[in-house]
Design a protein around this ligand. Sequence first.
Ligand code: SAM
Length: 247
Amino acid sequence: FFVDKCQVQEESAYITGEDAKHLEKVLRLKVGDIIELVVGEELEYLGEITVVEGKSTQVKLLELKQVQRESPLEITLYQGLPKASKMELIIQKAVELGIKRIVPVMNQRSVVQLKTKKDQQKKQERWQKIAYEAAKQSKRIKVPEITLPMEFNRALDNSFEEFQIVAYEDEEKKGIKDLTFLHGNKDQEVSRATIGLWVGPEGGFAEQEIESLKKIGANTVTLGPRILRTETAGLALLTMVQYESGD
Ligand code: SAM
């Protein structure tokens, strides 16, 4: 479970809202049960449940755990907005794999275009909830941020990462292994690197989008000779980058 620092008083933490309900009604946890608790997206504790009241559960903090589960790489996935519920699958799996942030991108060839602010906010809230649940189940310390969906040009303007990698099926030669900056991480050179990963929607990137990405110094890479579905491509790219950089 995750709690804010302000939910901790003296030696006890207080779990409230949906989490308290889930804890009591679904997980059927009781007084005396031991749970794992992350405080302020920073410290992980073992705690003992001392009061279960439906709206609020009191947990006595027992032991601080020294775990390092977060990758030192700060990876953002710029995912071309796919059809139907594929985005939910991508978010859940990317969080399990260690992503720090996901930006849903409305590309020129995205079939799905969320036009109104209301639609965008509704989706973002649902996606953020999925990220929260996935972070809980993977025992992440930090819950990754899922931003509001953005038009491609806006996402590009807002991208701040030191290195940008684009999965591009027309790139024939360069693969992940050719990105020397990733190997440097093994020697602690880029141990805190920020990396942006770009994946197109079902229809792929428009040429103009690839040109714009190249202009900001992005590296296009192939993910191999087979064409992957958009929901496979981002997860494969993320896994390869983590592996290649040793995290
Ligand atoms: N039509 C399929 C679908 O419905 O998902 C395939 C879509 S593929 C064009 C979507 C994106 O995945 C591409 O824009 C690219 O970013 C990435 N991708 C898929 N296979 C790839 C490969 N072999 N190499 C590099 N990128 C790839």
